[in-house]
Design a protein around this ligand. Structure first.
Ligand code: SF4
Length: 152
């Protein structure tokens, strides 16, 4: 089956760093799913997870922004180049998701990070995350619509 999106044509391997900001880990599992079993079927896509945010091409962020982690996320922001491509994955990362009315939630990660692309879903599928990566590389500040995500 042909892939619905393709990062083929990129001249080098795209390095991605995954930052778990908090909450339920459902999105984290889908990110791992993307970089493990899902990609086994799409081996022509040259993307991989790396350990260093500084050297990554894309920062993938999951989870909502709580008061507890704001300082750490600011430190993360200061440790990476200002033009780093950042993808917010899941409704928590977009606006706090199911926890948005909690006393401890500040909102989505764009309160601190300069997000290039938002991937809706709770959690989004690996395919949706892959589309988000493609959008982030192709178009800045673009958000696509999913039937899983409803605007407030
Ligand atoms: S968006 Fe949904 S699956 Fe992802 S971390 Fe939030 S609650 Fe969990």
């Amino acid at each position: 089956m042909a892939p619905s999106v393709s990062l083929a044509g990129q001249k080098k391997v795209i390095n991605c760093f995954h930052a778990n900001i908090g909450v339920c880990n459902g999105c984290d599992l889908e990110v791992l799913n993307l970089f493990t079993s899902f990609l086994l079927n799409k081996q022509h896509l040259d993307i991989q997870l790396v350990r260093s945010a500084k050297n990554a091409d894309i920062l993938l962020a999951t989870g909502s922004l709580s008061r507890t982690v704001v300082k750490k996320v600011r430190e993360l922001k200061e440790s990476i180049p200002a033009n780093k491509t950042i993808v917010a994955i899941g409704t928590c990362a977009i606006d706090g998701g199911p926890w948005r009315k909690s006393f401890n939630i500040v909102g989505g990660i764009d309160k601190v990070l300069n997000v290039n692309c938002f991937v809706p879903g709770c959690p989004p599928t690996p395919d949706a995350i892959l589309q988000g990566l493609e959008l982030a590389f192709g178009t800045k500040k673009k958000q696509f619509v999913s039937h899983l995500y409803k605007e407030k």
